[in-house]
Design a protein around this ligand. Structure first.
Ligand code: S3P
Length: 426
C-alpha cells in the first residue's frame, strides 16, 4: 500500500532508472553474442530480471548486481534446452522477443507468465513465426500462454504488420537473423527502434527504410559494453508531477530521447508545458539528454495517429495531466491500450474517476475534460505498474490523502519510485 499526500511543490534534480526496453535487449543480445557483454545502468525491475532468469535457464551465465550486469554470451546457438518452463512474469517484451529467438533454436521450450500475461494476445508474433517455419502452440491456437515452441530451420518473409508494435517487429527480425534469405517487417506507423539500433551496436547489418526494416539471415553478434540511458517512460511520471503541481520544476538527468519514444515531450509541449533538452549526446546509437521540466498553464489537446506508438506507455499519466488542463483532451487511435498489462482504457477511467476526474472511455481511447479539482481516493493499481504510478501522480494534485493498493506492481519498471517521489514532492 502506497500513501500519497497533496503537495505544494515538486522540485529538484533527479535521475530515473534505466530504460526497460533497452535493458531487455542488452541482456538478450548479450546472451546471443560471442563473448562478454557488460551492461551499465541496467534496470533492475522485475520485468528485466525475468529476462535474466529465462536466459540463465538456457545455460547462460549472467552476473547481476544492481544496475551492473555481465552476460557471458556463447553465440546464437549456445543456448541449451531449458529443463523447466521459462517464467516471463509480467513481461510482454520478454515473451514476445524470446518467441522470435526460440523460433530459431533446435529445441523445445515452454514460456508462461502471470495472470496478466495469460490474457495478452500472442498470435501477433506466433502467426508470422509459424509462417517462417517455427512450430508454436498455445491456448486457443497460439493466442494465449503457455506457449510451447519447437524452433528450427526458418525461411525469411516480408511481413506487413497490422499493428505498430516493437515487440512484433523485434520478434520477426530476431528470427530473421537465423532464417534463410531476407526478412523484412513493414509497420503502419514507426514503433520504437531500439532493436534496430542495438543490433547495429552488436555488429549486425540492419537496413531501415521508412516503415520497413530488413535483415539477412546468418549473422553473428559480438559482445560489447552497453550504457543504458534513463527510461523516458519513467521520467514521464515525474514530468506529470511537475505539470499537475503549479510552480514546480525539475531537472531529470540522463534520459533516453530516441525520437520513437519522445511523444510525451511533444504532447506536453502541445498542451503548453515546458520541457527543454540540454546536454544532448549519443550513447550506443541512442540519443540521450537532460530534461529541464517547468510547470506552465496547460490546455487540452488531441493525441492520435503516428503520435500514439511514440507515447503508448505514457497515456495513463497523460490522462492525469489532462485533468489539470483547460478544456478537452481527446485520445484516439489507441486501441492497443486494451491489450497492455491491463485494459488501460478501462483501468485509467475506473481509477481516475475515483478522484472526481471527468474522463469518458471510447472504443480506441478516452476524452478528458479539465480542469477538475481532484480529491484523494482509495486506488487499486490492478496489478499494473503504470496505473499505480499514474494514480500516485494524480494523488500529488488531489486534496487530502490517496492510497494505492497493489503498489508493489510498480517494481516491474520503476524500483525506488515512492522514495524518489518523496524526495521531489514536499
Ligand atoms: C516495448 C514495446 C511496446 C511497449 C512495451 C515495451 C518493447 O509494446 O508498450 O512497454 O520493449 O518493445 P508493443 O510492442 O506491444 O507496442
Amino acid at each position: 500500500m502506497l500513501k500519497i499526500r497533496q503537495t505544494n511543490l515538486v522540485s529538484g534534480e533527479v535521475q530515473v532508472p534505466g530504460d526497460k526496453s533497452i535493458s531487455h535487449r542488452a541482456v538478450m543480445f548479450g546472451a546471443l553474442a560471442e563473448g562478454t557483454t557488460t551492461i551499465h545502468g541496467f534496470l533492475p525491475g522485475a520485468d528485466c530480471l525475468s529476462t535474466i532468469s529465462c536466459f540463465r535457464r538456457m545455460g547462460i551465465e549472467i552476473e547481476q548486481n544492481g544496475d551492473q550486469v555481465t552476460v557471458h554470451g556463447k553465440g546464437w546457438f549456445g543456448l541449451t534446452e531449458p529443463a523447466q518452463h521459462l517464467d516471463v512474469g509480467n513481461s510482454g517484451t520478454t515473451i514476445r522477443l524470446m518467441a522470435g529467438i526460440l523460433a530459431t533454436q533446435p529445441f523445445h521450450a515452454v514460456m508462461e507468465g502471470d495472470e496478466s500475461i495469460a490474457r495478452r494476445p500472442m498470435r501477433r508474433v506466433v502467426a508470422p513465426l509459424r509462417e517462417m517455419g517455427a512450430k508454436i502452440d498455445g491456448r486457443q491456437n497460439g493466442e494465449y500462454t503457455p506457449l510451447a515452441i519447437r524452433g528450427g530451420e526458418l525461411t525469411g518473409i516480408d511481413y506487413r504488420s497490422p499493428v505498430a508494435s516493437a515487440q512484433v517487429k523485434s520478434a520477426i527480425l530476431l528470427a530473421g537473423l537465423q532464417a534463410k534469405g531476407r526478412t523484412s517487417v513493414t509497420e503502419p506507423h514507426l514503433s520504437r527502434d531500439h532493436t534496430e539500433r542495438m543490433l547495429k551496436a552488436f555488429g549486425v547489418e540492419v537496413v531501415c527504410d521508412g516503415l520497413t526494416v530488413t535483415v539477412t539471415g546468418g549473422q553473428t553478434l559480438t559482445g560489447r559494453t552497453i550504457h543504458v540511458p534513463g527510461d523516458i517512460s519513467s521520467a514521464a511520471f515525474l514530468i506529470g508531477a511537475v505539470m499537475v503541481v503549479p510552480g514546480s520544476s525539475l531537472v531529470i538527468r540522463n534520459v533516453g530521447v530516441n525520437p520513437t519514444r519522445t511523444g510525451i515531450i511533444d504532447a506536453v509541449r502541445a498542451m503548453g508545458g515546458r520541457i527543454e533538452l540540454t546536454n544532448e549526446r549519443v550513447v550506443n546509437e541512442e540519443p540521450v539528454a537532460d530534461l529541464v521540466v517547468t510547470h506552465a498553464p496547460l490546455t487540452g489537446t488531441v493525441i492520435e495517429g503516428e503520435l500514439i506508438p511514440r507515447l503508448i506507455d505514457e497515456i495513463p499519466v497523460l490522462a492525469v495531466i489532462a485533468t489539470q488542463a483547460q478544456g478537452r483532451t481527446i485520445i484516439r487511435d489507441a486501441q492497443e491500450l486494451r491489450v497492455k498489462e491491463t485494459d488501460r482504457i478501462a483501468t485509467v477511467v475506473s481509477e481516475l474517476s475515483k478522484f472526481g476526474a471527468k474522463v469518458t472511455p471510447t472504443e480506441d481511447g478516452m476524452i478528458i475534460e479539465g480542469p477538475t479539482k481532484l480529491t484523494g481516493a482509495a486506488i487499486d493499481s490492478q496489478g499494473d505498474h503504470r496505473i499505480g504510478m499514474a494514480m500516485a501522480i494524480a494523488g500529488l494534485a488531489a486534496q487530502g490523502e490517496t492510497t494505492i493498493a497493489n503498489a508493489e506492481a510498480i517494481n516491474v519498471s520503476f524500483p525506488g519510485f515512492a522514495a524518489l517521489l518523496e524526495k521531489i514532492a514536499r
